[in-house]
Write a protein that binds this ligand. Structure first.
Ligand code: C5P
Length: 205
């Protein structure tokens, strides 16, 4: 069974995907980490994220980099969003994601284009959304908990900018697959969102 989970940043898709993988005993891949690893490597190489040649050079990162906690920072997320615009970068990361998706054990993948590009014939496709305000509140609380200095308006502006970039890019833009089930988590606790996601998967299998 392949479960594709797509959606914008801070929609809850990461937690939902991890819990689905646990519940259905499937291997899990957070594909955002691959783009983040490219952003991280590019920064180390002092490359320009908007230059496709620099960005593609940064795709040759070691697998161990995916365990680097710094990949989760906002700054690296912003770089990931910029490098992910380049078709060359998406192509360089394509095989790794498809191999993971189509392994015999099945898989859960979370990202932006899993249901549309990486695994268009996935058994279950979820598109997880939430209002930009709700997502900014979640990100704000999460960063505050980590003890980071935070400003709500900056976070909201950053989310809107990232959404716009992810939705408007020409190659593999963020959008629901035609046959995706939508899950709006704006007014749900994360526990309820996970339960609804499990119910949506059960209804498909
Ligand atoms: O999900 P996460 O915030 O870790 O992703 C970081 C960035 O990587 C996103 O803003 C998006 O631009 C890009 N991304 C992508 N396709 C994916 C996963 C992430 O373009 N499948």
């Amino acid at each position: 069974m392949i479960i594709a989970v797509d959606g914008p940043t801070a929609s809850g898709k990461g937690t939902i995907s991890k819990e689905l993988a646990k519940h259905f005993d499937l291997p899990f891949l957070d594909t955002g980490l691959l783009y983040r690893a490219v952003g991280w490597t590019l920064r180390e190489q002092r490359g320009n994220a908007d230059n496709p040649d620099d960005a593609v050079k940064a795709c040759a990162f070691e697998g161990a980099l995916l365990d680097e906690p710094g990949l989760r920072s906002e700054a690296v997320g912003g770089l990931a969003s910029r490098v992910s615009v380049h078709p060359e970068v998406r192509r360089a990361l394509d095989k790794r994601q498809k191999d993971f998706a189509y392994q015999p054990a099945g898989a859960v993948l979370d990202g932006r284009d899993i249901g549309t590009v990486i695994a268009p014939d996935a058994d279950v496709k979820l598109f997880v959304t939430a209002s930009s305000e709700a997502r900014a509140v979640r990100r704000f609380e999460e960063m505050k908990r980590r003890g980071e200095k935070v400003n709500f308006d900056d976070i909201l502006a950053d989310i809107l900018k990232r959404d716009e970039r992810d939705r408007s890019r020409v190659t593999a833009p963020l959008k629901p697959a035609e046959d995706a089930d939508l899950l709006d988590t704006t007014d749900l606790t994360i526990g309820d969102a996970v339960q609804q996601a499990i119910a949506l998967v059960n209804a498909k299998i």
